[in-house]
Design a protein around this ligand. Structure first.
Ligand SMILES: [Zn+2]
Length: 118
């Protein structure tokens, strides 16, 4: 299960942050997830809950921020949000587009005992 290893990775990052900040209790962790990352948010949330159950992180909340797919068009030189998996510029219909955003999978914020950390 893909999402399980991702959830484990997120927890590793959280543990490192907790260790370097001298402990504390995890309140929430926010991840940025691009639509192209191939991760099902509900599944990731489920795995996170399953792994943290019975640990000090049990009550922590996983927040998932979805990011849209943004493509750069070499035809008209503009960046646009691409809907679905049709890689075509919505402005000039050119297919000469390159994805510049949408693959993100990163921890963007870890909140410990009310302290925000980036
Ligand atoms: Zn275009």
């Amino acid at each position: 299960m893909h999402e399980l290893s991702i959830a484990e990775n997120i927890i590793e990052i959280v543990k490192e942050t907790l260790a370097s900040s001298g402990g504390g209790k995890l309140r929430s962790v926010k991840v940025r997830l691009g639509e192209l990352a191939g991760v099902v948010p509900d599944s990731l949330d489920f795995c996170f809950t399953a792994i943290t159950k019975g640990t000090p992180m049990e009550e922590a909340k996983l927040e998932i921020e979805r990011t849209a797919i943004i493509a750069h068009c070499t035809g008209c030189g503009k960046d646009s949000t691409v809907e679905g998996l049709i890689f075509k510029c919505p402005l000039c219909e050119s297919v000469n587009v390159g994805v510049i955003s949408g693959n993100e999978l990163q921890v963007v914020e870890i909140e410990i005992d009310g302290l925000e950390r980036n």
